[in-house]
Design a protein. Structure first.
Length: 529
């Protein structure tokens, strides 16, 4: 029987290894923070050509694996907390890591085992952070159309062009709409809007193409048959679709067709007997595909003909078909426009159910799926297509756009705070009236640690934070623009952070730091026997 041999580090040796791992992770990621943050060159089989150049903290953190297993355990734990920040708030990975390291290093320098009770200190650290979160909630501001551009631009590494694309997208689709990021089919980066639903599948046959130049199928006032049951023969659905076809209405079939049925369908289109298009639903089989089809039926005023529910073609009539004002289908996707839906009340009820479901989900993949369903039912979709002259450049731009899209959405959901590390720096100026040595120690740890993002941003810009603080009153809304080397109101200078990102980064950093501060031994797998 194979046995795994364990290696154990105790006490100060374990804590030193933990701090060494966290510091190496932080030093690599911290260099990307702020407007003057620098890029990192990474060699990885996961990236184009085995290498990438990025300023994205998530990408940098994900690339780090250390040889020393104890140090690497610390890296994995802190990285997971930071990734959790990104999953909840859409950004803030770098800030989480910087804060976690700052809390750990400050605590190690201030906590004296002969004087302090580590359990009590960590409890007070959490209490102070909880109060800071309350204060940040009180100070946050709602996003306006005017400052949405600033939020989007900052998260895109101060790129005003990308920021405008993202801001325009959200201004149009709103917080309930979805902004998708995809690779462009050319070298350009641009945004396209879809007033309706989008299916990530195109036509099944080019016979349906109506516009050769665009190579797509555009149909107006079409009828839509939606089913998870394979259509074996056009005769199966003849009674359902014939009334509409006799009226000259186009037919859209969202479902699978047998070879014989598809040949008959395409032959009729080719011979101009009617206009139509077949779209095979994405996602193979299973409940997610069924949910998408159910949503599509609801949004088009039709009935989902489900084999899973044991329904038969004879149970459906022409009235069960959905309707749309326009459908556009190309080789890759299909957009359905439907401005007036008699099922609006039912759609609103479904949206309420999905939003409640979203709040209870933990998995990022499940959240993304539900979010897309919400967006589709809202009928508001924007797609930012990222293009560049090289794959490496496109990857770097796409990383920034992804970050900005998520951060912008977080701002719309939960408001904004002064950026540049100022919100947390300002929160460090709190008074503590107690003689309890553990509480005083915790207060000093928190007050020192939450200044570190501000210090790191200035350091990356070649400026010493001590000199700025000495010459200027940093706090509330007043701070320093490292890009222009100017002091002023952060909101007026357009330096803004999503409140959700700042709060979530602090919460997750505190949680992981407290866990590591309480660790007195590290056990890891060494060899197999």
């Amino acid at each position: 029987m194979q046995k795994i041999v364990k290696e154990i580090h105790f006490g100060s040796d374990a804590r030193e290894k933990i701090m060494s791992g966290v510091k190496q992770l932080t030093d690599a990621v911290k260099s990307t923070l702020g407007a003057r943050g620098r890029t990192v060159l990474i060699q990885s089989s996961m990236h184009t050509g085995g290498k990438t150049i990025t300023k994205d903290g998530v990408t940098v953190a994900d690339s780090i694996t250390l040889l020393d297993q104890t140090e690497n355990l610390a890296v994995e734990i802190v990285r997971e907390a930071a990734q959790n920040t990104a999953q909840i708030a859409g950004d803030g990975t770098t800030t989480s890591i910087v804060l976690a390291e700052a809390i750990l290093s400050t605590a190690n320098s201030l906590i004296d085992p002969e004087i302090h009770n580590i359990t009590e200190v960590t409890r007070y650290i959490q209490e102070h952070v909880d109060r800071i979160i309350v204060g940040l909630n009180e100070k946050k501001k709602d996003v306006t159309k005017e400052n949405l551009l600033d939020v989007a631009s900052i998260s895109a590494n101060n790129d005003k062009v990308l920021g405008k694309l993202i801001a325009d997208a959200y201004n149009k689709v709103g917080v309930d709409g979805v902004v998708l990021v995809e690779n462009s089919k050319n070298y350009d980066t641009y945004v396209e809007f879809i007033n309706g639903l989008r299916i990530p599948r195109g036509f099944s046959s080019p016979i349906s193409v109506t516009d050769i130049k665009k190579f797509n199928c555009e149909l107006e006032n079409a009828l839509i048959l939606i089913t998870d049951k394979e259509i074996q023969s056009m005769k199966d659905i003849e009674g359902i679709v014939s009334p509409g076809l006799r009226s000259g209405l186009p037919l859209v079939i969202v479902g699978e067709m047998s070879k014989d049925a598809a040949e008959t369908f395409n032959s009729n289109i080719y011979q101009n007997h009617f206009k139509g298009v077949n779209i095979v639903p994405p996602g193979g089989h299973g409940y997610r595909r069924d949910e998408m089809l159910e949503d599509l039926a609801l949004a088009t005023g039709g009935t989902f003909m489900s084999e899973r529910l044991g329904t038969d073609w004879g149970q459906f009539t022409h009235d069960d078909l959905g309707k749309c004002d326009k459908i556009i289908s190309d080789r890759y996707s299909t957009s359905i426009v439907n401005n007036n839906n008699p099922n609006q009340e039912a759609i609103d009820n479904r949206l309420s159910e999905l939003r409640e479901l979203m709040a209870s989900l933990k998995s990022e993949a499940e959240k993304e799926t539900v979010n897309k369903r919400i967006s589709n039912l809202c009928g508001k979709v924007a797609i930012i297509n990222v293009g560049a002259t090289s794959e490496i450049e496109a990857k770097e731009i796409k990383d920034r756009v992804d970050d900005s899209v998520l951060a912008t959405k977080a701002s719309l959901e939960d408001g904004i705070l002064p950026g540049g590390g100022v919100a947390l720096y300002s929160a460090s100026n709190f008074n503590i009236n107690t003689e309890n040595v553990d509480e005083v120690c915790a207060a000093n740890i928190v007050a020192t640690a939450i200044k570190e993002p501000f210090n790191a941003i200035l350091s990356n810009g070649g400026v010493k934070s001590d000199e700025i603080v000495k010459d200027h009153n940093i706090g509330d809304e007043m701070g320093y623009n490292i890009k222009t080397k100017e002091y002023g109101n952060m909101y007026e200078m357009g330096i803004i952070d999503p409140a959700k990102v700042t709060k979530t980064a602090l919460e997750n950093a505190t949680s992981v730091a407290i866990s590591l501060l309480s660790t007195s031994a590290v056990i890891y797998n060494k060899t197999n026997m």
